[in-house]
Design a protein around this ligand. Structure first.
Ligand code: UDP
Ligand code: MG
Length: 339
């Protein structure tokens, strides 16, 4: 693969600093980890690049971590993190991202459903000049009704509302340039939204079909309920992406609309009183008018509170409201420049 040739040279030059960090969340996968590590080695060793494999044990209650520890004792490329309890796949991935030293980060499921064989292709695609290459499980091997259908709906919703048109947000196997992940803070089931986040921050995102196998050992950790959590998370992402720095525009807009509807309803009530002889206190529209107007005022108040919140959020974390790619003839950058 020509795109990978210069990586090889670079890998040798850099010596110990890995070019690639593979991040694997593990929760009760004792039957899988051994073979997984073999597969990763078989897929990545031939590339001749420096790499590390970071396993994050998310509070497994089986022998996953013992097996990993045993494997890692003979393999310095393997680095392990063990959580005190089960925190969830997203925190596990976040811990791996934080620990990763590579320029490129590739997360992977531990259950052998993703195939490490795809990693070289993802890397090559990334080297064509992308910041995110998203895996697309074109032939997904999961149950149709409880897994594939909800996921299709969620993917369509996410793609529509974020404007980042990739097919498979849920696929863990993706390749990221580390600089893109540096600014992403993950909450909830958010790991699937990283491509959308990244695109909002100005990253170049593309996708590529990847292999997907049925789960042969261990159990899936999720069911139908995840779909609802994903949709709620989507609302958060959409909100932060669209109105994250100007919440009053959303709440204020709603507030004005509601107040306007309240005033209109009030006017109708008055009209009916004076011209149609309907007594206002007998007219249900009066209640509606008051109700709408108060809701509108509430929405505006909520917007003002959100404005306060958003200032705390951006300033306490030193989060700029923009992202700079490059600066010329400046001594000091006002915000960290993405490399
Ligand atoms: N996982 C985790 N913590 C959890 C749930 C899952 O680290 O609380 C890991 C799990 O071990 C696997 C990956 O996340 O490596 C994906 O989980 P799973 O295969 O159950 O999800 P599915 O493929 O069914 O969507
Ligand atoms: Mg799985």
């Amino acid at each position: 693969m020509p795109a990978l040739r210069h990586l090889r040279a670079e890998g040798r030059r850099m010596g110990a600093t890995p070019y690639l960090s593979i991040v694997i969340p593990v929760y009760n996968e004792e039957e899988n980890v051994r073979r997984l590590q073999e597969q990763v080695t078989a897929a990545v060793d031939p590339l001749g690049i420096e790499y590390e494999v970071i396993y994050v044990d998310d509070g497994s209650r089986d022998r996953s971590f013992e097996i990993l520890r045993e494997l890692a004792s003979g393999n310095p490329r393997m680095r392990l993190i063990r959580f005190r309890r089960n925190f969830g796949q997203t925190p596990a991935m976040a811990a791996g991202f934080d620990a990763a030293r590579g320029e490129v980060i590739v997360p992977l499921d531990a259950d052998l459903q993703n195939d490490p064989v795809d990693i070289p292709r993802l890397l090559a695609k990334l080297e064509e000049g992308y910041d995110v290459v998203s895996g697309w499980r074109q032939k997904r091997q999961d149950k149709g009704l409880t897994r594939r259908l909800p996921s299709m709906i969620a993917n369509a919703l996410i793609a529509r509302s974020t404007g980042v048109r990739i097919h498979d947000y849920g696929c863990t196997l993706k390749a990221y340039r580390a600089s893109v992940l540096k600014d992403v803070r993950l909450y909830g089931e958010m790991h699937r939204f990283i491509p959308a986040w990244a695109a909002l921050e100005g990253a170049r995102v593309t996708e590529m079909p990847v292999t997907h196998h049925p789960r042969t050992a261990g159990k899936s950790k999720y069911g139908l309920s995840r779909t609802f959590r994903v949709i709620l998370d989507l609302m958060v992402v959409r909100f932060l992406g669209g109105y994250g720095t100007k919440p009053i525009h959303l709440f204020g807009g709603m507030g004005f609309t509601l107040c306007g509807a309240g005033i209109l309803t009030g006017l109708i009530t008055l009209y009916q009183k004076f011209f149609e002889g309907i007594k206002a206190h007998r007219n249900p529209l009066l209640m509606l008018a008051v109700f709408l107007f108060l809701l509108g005022v509430q929405a505006i108040m909520l917007g003002l509170l959100a404005e306060l919140g958003i200032r705390t959020y951006h300033e306490s974390q030193g989060k700029p409201i923009y992202r700079i790619a490059e600066m010329v003839n400046f001594e000091k950058a006002p915000a960290p420049v993405d490399s």
